[in-house]
Write a protein that binds this ligand. Structure first.
Ligand code: 13P
Length: 247
């Protein structure tokens, strides 16, 4: 199982960031879970420097450029040099600022070119009774992956994060049977985009109000390989409880 802790912009203090890293290191020593921390940009390089633990690091986003005269951009190459091995791409909070599927496809290509494993976020705004949300998720995955080679497509992790479930409480998260259905559907879409049986190795994650009270139920029989978690990862006690629920 993989737990990706998306600190978003919740962590604004290096001492807090370091204390969360210390907690994560302790958890990683006693658990089989792969823990990936996604800190805000100014902290990533500091935390990842000389990292000898099992903790991996993710960028929360990446530039669609390859560098040069681009004030404010942080490229895939720079993130890789700073110690990131994963990158979150297409998060709904970035899409809300105007990020299109075409930009997302470019970001995926840059990330892969520099050895970063992309975590592609997809998810509908709301659930309708006619199943249009399925077509929406299919389109997000297809438009992002189609420009990539078969080998590149197989390296992308898909994180299903329905917008209606983000930033709420466990009671508002998806039910495990609905998650199982969506995981199967995403696997079907991936199987269409990947040759042969290679999509069987693709990772599918869930994100949206995952908390200690629901993570175990969501993990059981839903077919996901892990979780992309926001608010429940920024308190050391809650984060420990989350990881322990899965071990
Ligand atoms: P919450 O866990 O705070 O709902 O956030 C989910 C998310 O957006 C992770 O990327």
């Amino acid at each position: 199982m993989l737990i990706v802790a998306n600190w978003k912009a919740y962590v604004e203090d290096i001492r807090k960031a370091k204390s969360l890293l210390a907690t994560s290191k302790k958890l990683a020593r006693t658990s089989d879970i792969t823990i990936v921390l996604a800190p805000p940009v100014p902290f990533l390089g500091v935390l990842a420097a000389n990292n000898k633990s099992k903790i991996a690091f993710a960028a929360q986003d990446v530039s669609a450029t390859t560098g040069g005269a681009q004030t404010g951009e942080a490229t895939a190459q720079a993130y890789a040099a700073a110690g990131a091995t994963y990158v979150i791409i297409g998060h709904s909070e970035r899409r809300a600022l105007g990020e299109t599927n075409a930009i997302i496809a470019e970001k995926l290509a840059h990330a892969l070119a520099h050895g970063l494993t992309p975590i592609l976020c997809v998810g509908e705004h709301e659930r309708d009774g006619e199943g249009r949300y399925l077509a929406y998720v299919r389109e997000e995955i297809t438009l992002a992956l189609e420009p990539l080679t078969a080998k590149e497509r197989s390296q992308v992790i898909v994180a299903y994060e329905p917008l209606w479930a983000i930033g709420k409480t466990a009671a508002d998260a998806i039910e495990s049977n609905d998650l199982a259905e969506m995981t199967l559907y995403i696997r079907k879409v991936l199987a269409e985009l990947l040759p042969g049986k290679s999509s069987r190795h693709s990772f599918v994650l869930y994100g949206g109000s995952v908390e200690p009270g629901n993570i175990r139920a969501l993990a059981a029989d839903s077919g996901v390989e892990g979780f992309l978690i926001g608010h429940a990862t920024i308190d050391p006690f809650t984060f420990s409880a989350l990881v322990k629920q899965l071990t």
